[in-house]
Design a protein around this ligand. Sequence first.
Ligand code: IPM
Ligand code: MN
Length: 361
Amino acid sequence: MSQTIKLAVIPGDGTGPEVTAEACKVLEAVAPLEDVTFERVDFDYGGDRYLATGEVITEQQIDELRQFDAIYLGAIGHPEVKPGILEKGLLLSIRFQLDQYINLRPVKLYPGVDCPLKDKGPEHIRFDVIRENTEDLYCGAGGFLRKNTAQEIATQEMIATRFGADRCLRWAFEHCRRRNDRKQLTLVHKTNVLTFAANLWERAFHEMGEAEFPDITRDYNHIDAACMWFVKNPEFYDTIVVPNMFGDIITDIGAMIQGGLGVSAGGNINPDPGGCSMFECMGGSAPKYTGQNVINPIAAIAAMGMLLSVIGEQKGLDNLVRAGQRVDAAIGNTTPKMSSMSAGQMGHSTSAIGDLVAESL
Ligand code: IPM
Ligand code: MN
């Protein structure tokens, strides 16, 4: 059965539109192969629009995005916009208001990609990080007292709720089961110091695992140790579940060991019925390379592949899942033909890499 997927595309700032064009090129090439039909609407949210109108995105406009089956985001970040405005105003606003409580970040070393770790290959680096995406230090709870005086106090609160931990843990356990690899889920936190928030997560993790997921092996790492193991023994991991702030940090390490920001993609997922998810590359808008056709589009294409697989899985549309798998396989066929993953050093232009992936579908 064919079903039309309504896709909102926000190409964004800097090189965002260039890599988005390649991701859409690959989507257009894979769609007929698996009988996928989609309807694409572009939105110009980002730095230029903010500079012109003074507005990042309104609640009404976010409601408009809610009507789509998925959102694709290129990159945001503009040299003339103060850091934080677009990140909070667009990216975090969409994550929070559309309740995209799962941040899925695959850490996958594709064939041929240079890895900064000695003696590690694709067989060692292939795990998924599931980062909670709506709570923790990201809630924006806190404030100043006696601001701008010598007695100033600032608080920034780490919020952990049982509801938030449970829904993220359940998705992580289910994802680990679906992956059907070593069926090992590692909780990453800091139970030795964060005796309230980490303790809540730890109890929720073990209670749920014992009651509902006896087939999944439970494992635990402190955040600092996980940083160390990512570098020393990444092959140890299968699926990781982690709260928001620590997840932000370890997924950057993850991005580096898989070859850099030119390769790494992320999904902000609302798995609830009718939920709207957003997929993005992890690299920024790299404004200095704008218009040069030298930025790596692999991360952007991988984000499109993830969009297809995740939406397909949620809607029970096998053709979408297969399309996503085809994109992933095509990336794997293309990376060995590239000399490097870094902007300008790939041996091919941005658009040529999009062509290579599309051709090998
Ligand atoms: C990420 C980014 C964002 C985050 C920033 C841009 C707000 O670093 O997606 O990992 O901290 O979540
Ligand atoms: Mn980050």
